[in-house]
Design a protein around this ligand. Structure first.
Ligand code: GRF
Length: 253
């Protein structure tokens, strides 16, 4: 993951040291003994960010996917989850009297799986404040802009129309305000001459995957928390969002 402190103690650091001259490791914690972060992922479509998290788990990130849920029964994200043997849920908003009723039922079902963290990964709905309230500090979203710029839709098109030299993506805690909660981390890409919205989206998506997995890795390591509406890293309030560097590390972490 490129996050040094997420490495289990006593794992790679002892490489090249023979047992005879190795000092006893203080409290060694093999990755298998780090409790896995229980994740529920909500997605409306393709699910490439979900896939990035699945790939990170395959590569050793301590995650346990307890549920993948969608508001679209035909979302490819659900097929990815099924292929990975993860419980899925599809609920049709049209079957509910209003948004509040849908969100109340969706989040009651999510809660039944007792996730530590809910990840909105391309979940294309604004969530009712009452349904969100119990999840404060335990629900994050990935959004394809450098928030607070370009909340909502068509972010790539809007960045181009504004003549921005730099575009990017943000992972933030979810609040009742659209794309409005405290930002944890961001990834930037340069806008290039001749870029179309589709070209920007394609290049940014690669960075989104790295950004989301790196951020979830920090949360799994217990290093990130939302306190009094501010993001803390290792207990210290972040003055600005963490930045993804060229190696996929979150600078400042
Ligand atoms: C991503 O661009 C994400 O930032 C946005 O919706 C898109 C979802 O893509 N919220 P995918 O379904 O994860 O492939």
């Amino acid at each position: 993951m490129g996050i040094g402190k997420n490495k289990p103690e006593g794992h790679a650091d002892g490489a090249g040291v023979t047992p005879a001259d190795a000092a006893p490791l203080p409290n060694p914690k093999p990755q298998s003994q780090i409790p896995a972060l229980r994740l529920a992922v909500l997605a409306s479509g393709r699910g490439s960010n979900l896939q990035a998290l699945l790939d990170a788990r395959r590569d050793g990130l301590p995650l346990e996917f307890v549920l993948v849920a969608s508001d679209k029964a035909d979302a490819p994200a659900l097929r990815r989850a099924e292929a990975a043997g993860i419980a899925t849920l599809a609920l049709d908003p049209a079957a509910y009297p209003d948004r509040a009723a849908f969100d109340a039922d969706l989040f009651a079902r999510v809660a039944a799986h007792a996730p530590d963290l809910v990840v909105l990964a391309g979940f294309m709905r604004v969530i009712d404040a009452a349904a969100l309230a119990p999840w404060a500090g335990r629900i994050i979203n990935i959004h394809p802009s450098l928030l607070p710029k370009y909340r909502g839709l068509r972010t790539h098109e809007r960045a181009l129309a504004a003549g921005d030299a730099v575009h990017g993506a943000s992972v933030h805690y979810v609040s009742a305000k659209l794309d409005g909660g405290p930002v944890i981390a961001q990834a930037e890409i340069p806008v290039q001459a001749g870029d179309t919205p589709a070209m920007l989206a394609e290049r940014l998506l690669v960075q989104e995957h790295r950004l989301l997995t790196a951020t979830v890795a920090l949360i799994a390591a217990g290093r990130i928390a939302l306190v009094d509406d501010g993001v803390r890293l290792d207990g210290a309030r972040l003055a600005a969002p963490l930045r993804l560097d060229a190696d996929g590390r979150l600078a400042g972490a």
